[in-house]
Design a protein around this ligand. Structure first.
Ligand code: 4AD
Ligand code: MG
Length: 431
């Protein structure tokens, strides 16, 4: 018998095949049983008709439990009603392992219960769809940067530096030295850009932030491109083209998953380059006019502020030129105005908040040294980073896109905990 997967059944219409699968759900009466089968590649309904199969096959279908593993054999038929387009008329069923009392039943469960059972929750239709979209975003990321001539570079995870501020670090011992888990690969990516021109990284980053919001993870994955000879404007252009590319790729390649999640795809279709921009100054004025009375120039934006700004646009929006005092030491000041930096945050629509932080980097040795001093950072740890400004320093820029916030936005799921296989949250390290 030909063994195949659910995603390949379209090649076997009117033929008999065998699929290794799990029983996602089941309904049966005296004469017929409907098996909702899943194999990781997709979902298909298996129909078992008592009158057409040996008695033990029908009894097997009647007694098989949710999440049992099976080899199921049958004829593939077109089925207009199925979201997948096909069903299987079952002729044989071999139970590999009978599951007992699978904890996640088709009824509603609370979030904490589901999170405790994350290792099983991943099997559900919704979680499967979110993971497929995450996978598509990763695939489209490599596609985009490879096509644009970037090289993938892997910065270290164990580091001696703190690019995004010293208060959110996971410290660990590195034999006799102090080390930290990486908050961002950026500083190393700057060194790599001086060697390879255009580079990008994709890896885990860690923030010991005591935040318990729907946008914060302790461990999250970031895509960090860095480009030599790219100035502020060039940087924004890469970002809008990249984000538009991943959104359009998900629309094209994940239509079943978007449908499973009930995502409004009309909103995603509008996400094409260029993206609108406003300056920090304009954003402050806008918020004050909207009635956010307590916000003043120099304050950082919270989630309600970002949401209010994003609501005015149907695409992601860049907020540019933040006050120098709000941003990390490495950002290039605006040459026409020292109190703001050449940076931009990209705010996603529909309340998903900041998905990208980026900037032009300081390339002047003296200025960078002064900034490290002002931020009271350890010169020894940054010696190598300063040296990049001593040997053929050039203007350069880059950014970091948070994968989970991007997955949440594109999938339309409320909370980032559903966008990473095993979320690390405040008070959660299990499973
Ligand atoms: O704005 P951030 O802190 O920027 C940097 O780390 C820069 N060094 C990046 C660079 O220029 N190479 O983080 C970048 C993005 C944010 O916009 C957000 O999407 C995501 O990373 N992010 C988080 N995602 C989930 N949980 C958290 N705790 C996050 N913190 C940041
Ligand atoms: Mg940021």
């Amino acid at each position: 018998m030909t063994k195949t997967t659910i995603s390949q059944v379209h090649k076997y219409v009117d033929q008999e095949v065998t699929i290794g699968a799990w029983i996602a759900n089941k309904r049966s009466s005296g004469k017929i049983a409907f098996l909702q089968l899943r194999d990781g590649t997709g979902f298909i309904q298996g129909v078992v008709v008592k009158a057409e199969v040996p008695e033990e096959v029908f009894q097997g279908a009647k007694s098989v439990t949710q999440e049992s593993s099976v080899y199921v054999t049958g004829k593939i038929q077109k089925d207009e009603r199925s979201p997948f387009g096909f069903e299987m008329l079952v002729t044989g069923l071999e139970v590999i392992h009978q599951a007992v009392d699978y904890p996640i039943t088709p009824k509603e469960h609370g979030t904490e219960f589901l999170m405790d059972n994350r290792h099983l929750w991943l099997r559900s239709r919704r979680q499967h769809a979110v993971m497929k979209i995450r996978n598509e975003i990763i695939r489209a990321t490599y596609e985009f940067f490879n096509e644009q001539g970037f090289s993938k570079i892997d910065p270290p995870i164990l580091t001696g530096s703190a690019p995004e501020g010293t208060s959110e670090l996971f410290a660990t011992k590195y034999f006799d030295e102090d080390a930290y888990l990486s908050q961002s690969g950026q500083l190393y990516m700057e060194a790599a850009a001086m060697a390879l021109g255009k580079v990008f990284s994709f890896g885990p980053t860690f923030r010991a932030e005591k935040s318990k919001t729907r946008r914060h993870l302790i461990e999250f994955w970031m895509i960090e491109p860095e480009m030599a000879f790219y100035e502020f404007e060039d940087n924004l252009k890469v970002q809008e083209e990249y984000v538009a590319h991943i959104v359009q790729s998900v629309l094209k390649n994940c239509s079943i998953e978007l449908k499973t999640l009930g995502r409004d795809t009309e909103k995603l279709e509008k996400v094409t380059a260029p993206f609108p921009r406003i300056t920090y100054d304009e954003a402050i004025k806008f918020l004050q006019e909207k009635g956010f009375d307590d916000i003043q120039w120099g304050d950082d934006f919270g989630a309600p502020h970002e949401t209010a700004i994003a609501e005015s646009y149907d695409k992601p929006v860049f907020i540019t030129h933040y006050p120098t005092s709000l941003k990390p030491f490495y950002m290039q000041p605006d040459p026409s105005r020292e109190d703001v930096v050449l940076c931009a945050d990209l705010i996603a629509p529909e309340g998903y908040g900041e998905i990208i932080g980026g900037s032009e980097r300081i390339h002047d040795y003296e200025l960078l040294k002064q900034r490290l001093d002002e931020h009271k950072l350890d010169m020894d740890a940054y010696k190598w980073y300063l040296e990049l400004r001593q040997y053929g320093s050039v203007p350069h820029s880059g950014f970091g896109l948070g994968l989970e916030r991007t997955v949440a936005w594109i999938s339309g799921v409320e909370h980032v905990r559903e966008t990473i296989p095993f979320p690390r949250l405040l008070n959660r390290l299990y499973p």
